[in-house]
Design a protein around this ligand. Structure first.
Ligand code: IMP
Ligand code: MG
Length: 192
């Protein structure tokens, strides 16, 4: 029987809340260890989280990230609603901080084609970042259209439209505490 607490648009929970938390804790330790071994300016990494999807990932991550950090944000839009990617992502809200010589860790909910992250990488290098690394909660490698290297990812999932833990459908459902597939039939004529 289906868990009665699941959102009615959920088809299948792929990763539950406990698994997400456990994995993020491991990632935070790995990434902390990685930067401890690098020569990082002032031993501080600049986290740049991509709004809005990275918020739940970031919030959980910083509870466990045992390394000096600053937090910053960019808004990148590639999806204008719906579940089909718009092919040209844009930075719709920029940050003002100087990144000269800084080590940057970009965090996002999911990498799909990789085009958004490629744009973000160029943008941050233009701002003077010394290096830019990527941590995504989910990696969907099957639709990649870019050679961008994802340094750390939480879960590799095949090409399915996902909701929850930051992942949205038309801006909704980011607040689900798990990562799930959607019931597309129901979604088509769903009344919110
Ligand atoms: P990319 O530029 O194709 O890698 O797209 C990345 C962006 O597309 C992510 O930051 C998400 O906003 C969105 N996206 C990709 N796959 C999904 C999904 O399965 N559910 C919700 N949003 C997605
Ligand atoms: Mg996103």
């Amino acid at each position: 029987m289906r868990n009665p607490k699941l959102h009615p648009l959920v088809e299948e929970v792929l990763v539950d809340h406990k698994q997400i938390k456990r994995r993020i804790k491991v990632l935070a330790a790995e990434i902390g260890n990685f930067y401890r071994k690098q020569k990082v300016k002032e031993n501080t990494v600049v986290i740049v989280a991509l709004l809005k999807g990275a918020v739940p990932f970031l919030a959980e991550f910083i509870n466990h990230f045992d390394y000096e950090m600053e937090m910053n944000y960019l808004v990148v839009s590639s999806y204008f609603g719906g579940s089909k990617a718009n092919s040209t992502p844009k930075i719709t809200l920029d940050m003002t901080e100087n990144l000269k010589g800084r080590h940057v860790l970009v965090m996002d909910d999911v990498v799909d084609s990789g085009q958004s992250l490629e744009l973000v990488k160029k943008h941050l290098l233009n701002k003077g970042a010394k290096d830019v690394r990527f941590a995504t909660l989910v990696d969907k490698p099957t639709r990649r259209k870019s050679t961008i290297k994802i340094d750390w990812s939480g879960f590799v999932i095949e090409d399915k439209f996902l909701i929850g833990f930051g992942l949205d459908y038309e801006e909704r459902l980011r607040n689900l505490p798990y990562i799930a597939t959607t019931n597309m039939e129901k979604l088509k004529d769903w009344k919110w």
